[in-house]
Design a protein around this ligand. Sequence first.
Ligand code: SAM
Length: 213
Amino acid sequence: MGLFRKKLKQEHKVMLQAERAGGALLPEYHRATEECPHPERWHMYDSMTAEAEVLEFIQTLVTTIKPEMVVETGSFLGASTLWIAKGLKANGFGKVVSCEFDPVVFAKAKERIEASGLKEWIELRNESSLEMKIEGTIDLFFSDSDTPIRASEIRRFLPQISSNGVILIHDASSHMKVVRQAAFELEAEGLLSCVFLPTPRGLVVAQKREGRR
Ligand SMILES: C[S@@+](CC[C@H](N)C(=O)[O-])C[C@H]1O[C@@H](n2cnc3c(N)ncnc32)[C@H](O)[C@@H]1O
């Protein structure tokens, strides 16, 4: 039976692990990189949810730049969505639209968000970032979906991102080459200016170049 059992999708496996861990913080266990030689100094809930310190950073960024519209790609279990929503609640305005492609993961995220008391700040969508439609201007864009499509989703939303806005690109460590490379390419094309924060999984803080004054 074991031999023929369908392999669990990584997202579903981590979802079950996260449920079992019950919200406990662990030392970050992604491998050390040249830019982040001590990942164990950071904390994590699970290997899909952004590092705990990155979640705090995003919340602080929300209270710092006071966005009207936040877009997140890749909700997973809604942890980062909820940290963004906490920032919006502190601001007293704004909303976050977050999309999750996987219907099973989406259902779990929806459940958590419904129970959080922060639902009014969040619009959760079960769709792909490559199909999602957003009305108006985006002030904060958090790219955290499937790594190979990050460049495409950023290019897709770039025209709608405010030139005063901020773009966050997660998983841009030198270990996760594909996202780092995508950020280098967007920068080389003159589309973005990037700062590479040396967290265990890597976080790019970027701004679009077009329209800067
Ligand atoms: C790294 S996890 C997101 C973690 C979450 N932002 C957090 O920090 O709490 C990536 C998620 O993106 C989802 N995903 C993959 N491709 C997607 C797509 N094209 N559009 C939206 N979500 C996608 C995966 O199912 C997975 O749940």
